[in-house]
Ligand binder design. Structure first.
Ligand code: FRU
Length: 496
């Protein structure tokens, strides 16, 4: 059954979405059909295609009244918009259908498990967050009449019904449904609770899966929990992080914890932790297992702290998804690679090898705003490396953004302060990379409004959005000292 608010939202988005020119959007990073987008939701493979839902306000480019937007794809790169899946239209979710996940039921229907938020005590009142279910066929979803399926009654003593959200659902080998939900204690520290269910509708509390000891921000949002290369992996997106060296940065961050699941205590035991992304714009990732067995992640390519100031008011959409990334564990660390389907979207290869760089340099055929660049940089003399190697992109006479690498400090920096921004928000971030005697491998994916840099075969990734006018297409290099570069560039999606 589709009710009035959803019918209205669907009619609105179809009309408003058709007015957004494709040239005003990124080429292959998903944006909302119209209005605002935040977290990926319900990322799944269902009935022969990938489904990606998202936190969505169709009516404006600001966060409000969360719906679930919906898009499908065969290759995770070409997306088709479907009508919105959920609108905030019941008493228990009237303040918003917040983040959640999706799973296929034994009878072939798809179940969405999401956070329903209601407000008590008027506009300034308190938000109550509960977990709710909707079931559908990949297009239309019906909310379960007995929602919510997990309310404050399900919370152990001392945990917050005001911050109780973002259920991540999976199925065990024995066929049991499990979910992990974020909440927090009175001291604000995030706690992840695990629940189980025989059918996806009736849930009971199992355990505290993991807890924040104060090291990783405060409240933990958007957990994901999966097995990868024989290890148990937990993703969380903590709020209010304090930086720790170069590993984490202030604000809302992402943490990957690698460890084991202790079946007796039903607790996760952490052995290693690291940031998932070392750039500026990445949050709330979700993963899926593809039919051919790959663990693929997609995140919200945005930073909460810059939502209001990024100049998006000139655009008919706000918010982008990252490139889907293939995950693996090597040497106990999380590695990421651009999804391999991207290779099929390459054209116009340009390659140069052993190029000396000892001042400013431009190379014929290396330019564009929708391109993939793979480069290897090394000092001409390993015993006497260069001071700094710089690559500028999205460049014209007025604007540019840049990546710079300092081998003596093993630091890679991303800098967008000349990207056209008129505001004093975060423009730079530095990432400590592996010391490889002054050498570095960079695999760079540029779309119209973003850069994703896969460092040293995906050992680290830095992501940032830029809003530079797309006519700034230049790419150039510079070295303080003497470097040697191998570079391969492809155009993507026959653009550029
Ligand atoms: C994370 C988040 C989630 C919440 C959603 C609301 O970005 O705050 O915790 O479910 O966004 O839109």
């Amino acid at each position: 059954m589709v009710n009035q608010s959803l019918i209205f939202a669907r009619a609105y988005e179809q009309e408003a979405g058709s007015r957004v020119s494709p040239s005003a959007r990124p080429v292959f990073h998903l944006t909302p059909w119209t209005g605002w987008m935040n977290d990926p939701n319900g990322f799944s493979y269902y009935r022969g295609q990938y489904h990606l839902f998202y936190q969505y306000n169709p009516y404006s480019t600001e966060w409000d009244a969360m719906h679930w937007g919906h898009a499908v794809s065969k290759d995770l790169l070409h997306w088709t918009y479907l009508p919105a899946a959920l609108a905030p239209d019941e008493a228990y979710d009237s303040f918003g259908c917040f983040s959640g996940s999706a799973i296929e039921l034994s009878d072939g229907r798809q179940l969405l498990l999401y956070t329903g938020v209601r407000k008590e005590g008027g506009d300034k009142g308190k938000e109550y967050q509960t977990q709710c279910v909707a079931v559908g066929d990949g297009l239309n979803y019906t909310k379960y009449p007995l929602n919510p399926v997990l309310s404050d009654a399900a919370l152990p003593e001392g945990l917050s019904p005001y911050d109780f959200r973002d259920p991540h659902i999976w199925r065990t080998e024995e066929g049991l449904f499990r979910c992990v939900v974020g909440t927090r204690r009175a001291n604000k520290l995030g706690t992840l609770l695990m629940f189980s269910s025989p059918d996806g509708f009736h849930w009971q509390y199992e355990s505290v899966l993991a807890e924040n000891d104060g090291r990783f921000g405060q409240m933990w949002e958007c957990p994901d929990f999966f097995v990868l290369d024989g290890k148990q992996v937990l993703f969380v997106s903590p709020q209010d992080m304090l930086p720790e060296g170069f590993e984490y940065h202030n604000g809302n961050g992402t943490v990957c914890q690698i460890g084991a699941f202790d079946r007796d205590s039903k607790r996760f035991v952490m052995e290693h932790h690291q940031a998932i992304d070392y750039g500026i714009d990445f949050y709330a990732p979700q993963t899926i297992l593809t039919p051919d067995g790959r663990r693929v992640m997609i995140g919200w390519m945005q930073n909460w702290d810059t939502c209001k100031v990024t100049g998006y008011e000139e655009r008919p959409w706000f918010g982008q998804m990252s490139l889907p990334r293939e995950l693996s564990i090597r040497n106990g660390r999380l590695y990421q690679q651009p999804i391999r389907e991207l290779k099929q979207c390459r054209s116009r290869r340009v390659e140069y090898n052993n190029v000396p760089v000892d001042g400013p340099l431009k190379l014929e055929g290396i330019e564009g705003r929708c391109v993939e660049i793979q480069m290897h940089i090394r000092p001409e003399d390993a015993s006497n490396p260069f001071i700094k190697f710089t690559m500028r992109f999205a460049e014209d006479e007025q604007y540019h953004s840049m990546l710079s690498f300092r081998p003596y400090e093993s630091l890679l920096k991303i800098d967008r302060k000349f990207s056209g921004s008129r505001r004093a928000f975060i423009h730079q971030r530095r990432c400590q990379v592996a010391d490889r005697n002054g050498e570095i491998d960079l695999h760079i994916i540029l779309d119209r409004f973003s850069i994703e840099v896969f460092i040293n075969d995906g050992e680290q990734v830095m992501t940032a959005t830029i809003l530079t006018n797309t006519s700034a297409r230049g790419i150039s290099f510079e070295c303080d000292g003497r470097a040697v570069m191998d570079i391969v560039k492809h155009s993507l999606f026959s653009e550029d």
